[in-house]
Design a protein around this ligand. Structure first.
Ligand code: ZN
Length: 83
């Protein structure tokens, strides 16, 4: 094994636990993000980048947000179709 590890692999994204630097460049978090923005950011971030895990707090925030934004099935009145 002539190659010491380092130089070859350090070139790529391996050095930072799989951070997707390009994604981060393109998706910066706004300075004062709304919950909607944060939820959207973290949801997308989890899909595209693995530099950090979602904290339980963020998961909770997302779950709460999704629950709040979904209309309730039972009480949603059906509008009659237009004619
Ligand atoms: Zn990341």
């Amino acid at each position: 094994m002539p190659n010491k590890r380092g130089r070859d692999s350090a070139n790529k994204a391996e050095q930072n636990r799989g951070i997707n630097a390009e994604w981060h460049k393109a998706h910066k978090m706004p300075k004062n993000p709304t919950i909607t923005q944060r939820v959207a950011w973290h949801t997308e971030h989890a899909k595209h980048c693995a530099c950090r895990e979602m904290t339980p707090k963020i998961r909770e925030m997302i779950a709460t947000h999704i629950a709040a934004s979904k209309p309730r099935r039972a009480c949603a009145p059906k509008k009659p179709a237009r004619r």
